[in-house]
Design a protein around this ligand. Structure first.
Ligand SMILES: NC(=O)c1ccc[n+]([C@@H]2O[C@H](COP(=O)([O-])OP(=O)(O)OC[C@H]3O[C@@H](n4cnc5c(N)ncnc54)[C@H](OP(=O)(O)O)[C@@H]3O)[C@@H](O)[C@H]2O)c1
Length: 272
């Protein structure tokens, strides 16, 4: 029987690419999101398109009920929905920081909490959380986004230990910069920031994320990592995607913090 996957935040970028990647390989795919009018074309590829806002628990219930109604059993959940609220700690109002946590962290945990009982009943399952290399290393002007991804790392580790007894495996995807709509959304979310902010030198880089992601990877690179996490008999706990993510992970382990500080400030305040 074909396996079944549910992907959150599949109306664009990594989520949409992953939906197509799995559907091409014969999976029952549930591509979910808020603006599902954008992905009606996926239905032609035999992909199920369902409304699911990770901040709205009722919409998670409704989507899962639909999968059950279709007599599909969920094998894999990909917690992918997310965005970046960039801006310095001083510039970002707490309400925007809370919103960032509502989507990237509580949205992920609420979806997961609804799926765990189903996977336990099935006797198996996989949960794949899309974190970021920003969950390993923070950056100036990126504290809130990094804080949510550090949280996803911690939550994923606990989940992995908690769910082993139910034969539910948990993997974490750690992409570096990926070309998608992510940068545009981050810019829109940071539009309120005063152009003359005291931190504007740091914003040159992060608010030009589009340029940075051009030297990074593609959404397909991430879809391939998710494929491995879903299919390998013994999936890795962490999948780093892009050279930048792999190199940074090494650097943060070997560089003394003061040297790291020097490079971070120099890199993030350079002209783009
Ligand atoms: N691109 C990168 O460089 C990069 C690097 C590391 C990690 N990531 C992570 O990868 C994931 C996907 O990002 P992406 O690059 O594919 O960006 P993207 O193209 O902007 O896609 C993000 C997706 O998340 C959805 N989303 C946001 N809030 C949601 C909510 N409350 N409920 C359901 N869906 C919601 C968006 O849908 P709406 O249209 O409804 O907003 C969209 O479908 C994110 O978790 C991001 O943090 C990205």
């Amino acid at each position: 029987m074909n396996k079944t996957i549910l992907i959150t935040g599949a109306t664009a970028g990594i989520g949409k690419e992953t939906a197509v990647y799995f559907a091409k390989r014969g999976w029952n795919v549930y591509a979910t999101g808020r603006n599902i009018d954008r992905i009606q074309d996926l239905k032609e590829k035999n992909i199920h398109v369902l409304y699911l806002d990770v901040k709205d628990v009722a919409s998670i219930d409704t989507a899962l009920a639909q999968i059950d109604k279709n007599s599909h059993k969920l094998d894999v959940l990909v917690n992918n929905a997310g965005y970046a609220q960039f801006g310095s700690i001083e510039d970002v109002p707490v309400e925007k920081a809370r919103q960032q946590f509502e989507t990237n962290v509580f949205g992920l945990t609420e979806t997961t909490r609804k799926v765990i009982p189903l996977m336990r009943e099935n006797g198996q399952g996989r949960i794949i959380n899309v974190a970021s290399i920003a969950g390993k290393v923070s950056m100036p002007g990126g504290a809130w986004y990094a804080a949510t991804k550090f949280a996803v790392e911690a939550i994923s580790d606990s989940l992995r230990w908690e769910l082993k007894q139910f034969n539910i495996k948990v993997s974490i995807i750690e992409p570096g910069p990926i070309s998608s709509n992510f940068g545009n959304t981050a810019n829109q979310k940071a539009e309120f920031i005063n152009k003359d902010s005291h931190y504007k030198s740091f914003y040159n880089l992060i608010l030009n994320f589009g340029n940075l992601s051009k030297i990074g990877g593609t959404t397909e690179d991430v879809a391939k990592a998710i494929w491995k996490a879903a299919n390998k008999k013994q999936p890795k706990i962490r999948y780093k995607v892009t050279f930048a993510a792999k190199a940074l992970a090494v650097l943060i382990n070997i560089l003394p913090t003061k040297l790291m500080d020097y490079f971070v400030i120099k890199y993030f305040s350079r002209e783009t």
